[in-house]
Design a protein around this ligand. Structure first.
Ligand code: P6P
Length: 283
């Protein structure tokens, strides 16, 4: 796994440079989920693919930016699903974006994820690795090395809520639940970038990130393999919980590589409030 982590670190250094220098305009293409791509999506995807090609322990990879699985090394042990530049539409307003990696064994499914890594390209470049524990690293650009900072843990109860989705499409019970959090004094923290939004809640003591099913998107927006499962793994290993409203997200499989799921990730207290609300909902 160290060879994979090193390939991700090399990719992150190159992608960070590309973000500083490359054209942030839109490409003339869409990804498999129908998102309009920016040129940096394609550049980042190519950087990662070229790094992973050199790693013999990787059997195959699949990118959020591509339709199909990309075979690598027949004797490899690991399958990697990744989002090369999540939130890329925020680059042209200079907000933080990220790369997300789910590392799976034998099959692409929640129970088979064995590690997760994400990178935040912000005022600093930070990298989080979740295996048995969750570790925070920061890029020292003088020496182009990621330096370990600390282990990350979620508190039992937090102060922040990131309420994703289109509010006018929220189901009434979801809106009532979110309103109750804010009535209890929680602070709204939501940029529209999953990576910085979840990184903030994780580093600032916890709370709740929610991207629910809603009238416009009954199955949510965020992709299971590339986004939801990796962050569910991170939050679970940091002592929190990650559900789809009723089930642990990492108990879920997929029917299609680009499947989405409603997702609630956070500290135990907040996730138990979500469970209480959603357990009353008739399917
Ligand atoms: P909305 C970015 O496009 C993204 O995939 C995630 O990074 C983010 O959490 C979500 O979409 C934001 O979606 O509907 O709130 O703009």
């Amino acid at each position: 796994m160290t060879d994979i982590i090193n390939a991700i670190k090399s990719s992150a250094i190159k992608i960070n440079k590309a973000i500083q220098t490359e054209d942030t305009s839109k490409a003339q293409t869409e990804n498999s989920s129908g998102d309009v791509q920016v040129k940096l999506d394609l550049i980042s995807d190519e950087i990662i693919e070229n790094e992973f090609k050199k790693v013999s322990s990787i059997k195959e990879i699949v990118s959020e930016e591509k339709q199909d699985i990309n075979p690598m090394h027949g004797n490899g042990d690991y399958l990697i699903a990744y989002d090369p530049l999540d939130g890329s539409s925020l680059i042209d307003v200079d907000l933080s974006v990220g790369s997300i990696f789910g590392i799976y064994k034998d099959e692409y499914s929640g129970p088979n994820i064995v590690a997760a890594v994400y990178v935040v390209y912000g005022p600093r470049v930070e990298l989080v690795i979740a295996r048995d524990v969750v570790e925070l690293y920061r890029l020292d650009e003088e020496i182009n090395e990621f330096i370990f900072q600390k282990e990350l843990r979620l508190s039992e109860k937090g102060k922040l809520v990131g309420p994703g989705g289109t509010q006018k499409e929220w189901y009434s019970y979801h809106k009532k639940m979110i309103d109750e959090f804010f009535a209890d004094g929680y602070r709204l923290r939501y940029s529209g970038g999953m990576v910085p939004d979840l990184h903030q809640i994780l580093l600032k003591g916890g709370g709740l990130f929610a991207y629910p099913g809603a009238g416009d998107r009954p199955k949510g927006k965020l992709r299971k393999l590339f986004e939801v499962f990796p962050f569910a793994f991170v939050y679970n290993k940091a002592g929190g919980l990650a559900i789809d409203g009723k089930n642990d997200l990492l108990d879920l499989g997929i029917e299609h590589i680009h499947d989405t799921s409603p997702c609630f990730l956070g500290s135990n207290y907040e996730i138990n409030r979500v469970l209480k609300t959603y357990s009353k909902v008739k399917k």
